[in-house]
Ligand binder design. Sequence first.
Ligand SMILES: Cc1cc2nc3c(=O)[nH]c(=O)nc-3n(C[C@H](O)[C@H](O)[C@H](O)COP(=O)(O)O)c2cc1C
Length: 192
Amino acid sequence: MNLEEILRRRHSVRAFDDRPVRLEDILALGEAARLAPSACNSQTWRFVAVTDRGLIARICDEATRPFIRNEFLRQAPLVIVGCSQLDVVANRLGTAITGIEYFQIDLGIAMEHMVLRATELGLGTCWIGWFRENKVKRILGIPRRIRVSAMLAVGYPRGEETRAHSRKPLSEILFADRWGEPLGPIDSGVFG
Ligand SMILES: Cc1cc2nc3c(=O)[nH]c(=O)nc-3n(C[C@H](O)[C@H](O)[C@H](O)COP(=O)(O)O)c2cc1C
């Protein structure tokens, strides 16, 4: 699969079969994250790969939030918890000057590296951003100073592949030189 095929194939998967994710594949996801760029090469990302079913059930029971309960997480054979160990230069000084939360950008890039590698390995993933950070930290013994900003459910997709991509047209998101200026004759983009 080349990169464009991976990008087109990736979609959020919320139903998984019983197969566990192999250790070598978990390591491959970690390696994909490790190669990611980060502000000042600060590499603030840390990951907890949770495969213990009891811990995953506790995350579901204790760390989800109302409205979007993310119940599907319970069946995921692997949950990757995305953490950040903040850095003095990039995350304290840098953010104080620019107001940009570099650690969040860095974690997003690293975790999307994992998502794309997982897609290549035939695994399905879904980002989880709606949860209680402090509860997840307590369940997994993550120190208070560490931030937890996102999780990924990972596993082999169960059932029919459903692809419900809907995307804004390219003309709405990509401008030429100045805000709002169209970039030539561009149209709806690849996902329609
Ligand atoms: C930062 C982030 C947080 C998300 N949080 C959740 C979540 O808590 N629960 C969920 O079911 N999907 C979550 N998603 C998945 C999005 O709903 C999904 O990516 C979007 O609808 C586009 O669909 P696609 O991934 O299939 O292209 C999240 C995605 C991102 C990037």
